[in-house]
Design a protein around this ligand. Structure first.
Ligand code: COA
Length: 381
């Protein structure tokens, strides 16, 4: 017999906390956060999503020529969505415009997989090409859904770096250089984070021999949850609910008494603070300075102080990211879809890594149900 140890006793790690479930060369959280060995600080400061996506997918930072060629491939991909997918999205948007854009993206990626006949993972080069295509298509799908829900024809994808193009598509106006830079920083910070729930979901799906689109569909579903990516939308809902400085203490006390979590705080891995929140928090305060976001910043600072004093908890990335997106004029319902656009780079890199050194992901459980009992025919139940 090889490989599978028999579980001893009743010990297990709820939520797989602390369990090492595999190896990765994509990202490390050991002290600093690093993508393929590069510290997150300078990557976030440079704020180039294309650089980081290339790094995650191809293993190293691009040269200037590689960067431009990669960015051009993403733009071509953005315009490559089959009209049948757009038509189906148009029907759905007309029928249910209030649907979550996360569901629209999940459905859109699923349709792309169908129409592109994605069945099983191909060789490495084919997977990388497929990943690049998805990296360009997913933001374009989001922009298309946004237009279709507003009853507009789908606008063309702007011929610019992805951060500025996406911001332009979602706000309907050309962003300033400063806006584009901080938005790019959020995309870099959201791009990759090791064996988080959505990435692990994607790896699990492709570990069965299934295709990349199926892995991404599962990942989008996992990211949607408020304990994971959905937290960035909840952060803003909660700040709006608190409303004013005098409400901070009673609101939090009610929350603690009800044993409900406060969105944007705590992390499974970072117990002394999330380096990404520190990096973005400083930029967020600058962005809001003197603008309409300033009142929210004052509230946020009061919540942070109380969370640390009362719970010993520090913010995670969703805490400043939600405020940055709000200050940029983005509607709350696109906050988590923006996370999808960025995390596509990490997800696809992990799918390729899993396929390249695969063993089906299949853990064990401890049975805690009924003891053995006899089957009874229906008439005697
Ligand atoms: N607000 C209030 N209490 C929190 C909290 C939060 N945001 N995050 C953790 N806690 C509490 C837990 O309830 C637990 O309390 P207990 O010991 O009395 O039961 C304690 O802190 C330890 O938390 P832990 O169980 O180790 O957290 P986890 O690793 O299982 O979960 C998260 C991690 C991220 C899911 C959790 O912190 C959370 O729900 N945060 C809010 C959602 C969020 O921001 N998600 C985005 C993550 S990047």
């Amino acid at each position: 017999m090889s490989g599978n140890p028999t579980p001893a006793g009743t010990d297990f790690a709820k939520g797989l906390a602390g369990v090492v479930a595999g190896r990765t060369s994509i990202c490390s959280l050991d002290g600093d956060l690093r993508y393929r060995g590069y510290s997150i600080g300078p990557l976030a400061e440079a704020g180039s999503f294309e650089d980081v996506a290339f790094l995650l997918l191809h293993g190293d930072l691009p040269t200037t020529a590689e960067h431009h060629a990669f960015a051009a491939r993403l733009r071509v991909a953005a315009d490559s969505i089959h009209p049948a997918v757009i038509d189906a999205m148009a029907t759905l948007a007309e029928r249910t415009p209030q649907a979550s854009p996360m569901d629209a993206l999940r459905t859109g990626v699923s349709m792309l997989g169908l129409i592109e006949l994605d069945q099983t993972p191909g060789p490495h080069a084919a997977l990388v090409a497929q990943a690049e295509r998805l990296l360009g298509q997913v933001p374009a799908l989001l922009g298309a859904w946004f237009d279709l829900c507003a009853g507009r024809p789908v606008a063309p994808w702007p011929d610019r770096p992805l951060a500025g193009a996406l911001l332009e598509r979602l706000t309907g106006r050309r962003p300033t250089a400063a806006e584009e830079a901080i938005f790019g920083t959020t995309l870099v910070l959201y791009a990759e984070h090791e064996f988080n729930a959505s990435t692990f979901a994607a790896r699990t799906v492709v570990s069965t021999g299934s295709d990349m689109h199926s892995g991404i569909v599962a990942a989008i579903g996992a990211l949607k949850g408020p304990l994971h990516g959905g937290a960035n939308e909840q952060v803003l809902e909660e700040l709006a609910e608190i409303g004013s400085l005098d409400r901070v203490v009673p609101w939090l006390e009610e929350r603690f008494a009800a044993r409900k979590v406060v969105m944007g705080f705590g992390h499974r891995v970072y117990k002394d603070g999330d380096v990404r929140a520190t990096l973005l928090g400083a930029k967020c305060a600058q962005l809001a300075n003197g603008g309409p976001g300033e009142a929210i910043e004052t509230l946020a600072a009061a919540v942070e102080t109380l969370m640390l004093d009362r719970k010993g908890l520090r913010p995670n990335l969703d805490w400043p990211a939600a405020r940055v997106y709000h200050a940029l004029g983005l509607p709350v319902r696109v906050f988590t879809p923006i996370f999808v656009v960025s995390r596509m780079s990490g997800w696809t890199a992990h799918i390729i890594e899993q396929v390249g050194d695969n063993r089906i992901i299949r853990p064990l459980s401890i049975y805690c149900g009924q003891p053995p009992r006899p089957w009874r025919p229906m008439e005697s139940r």
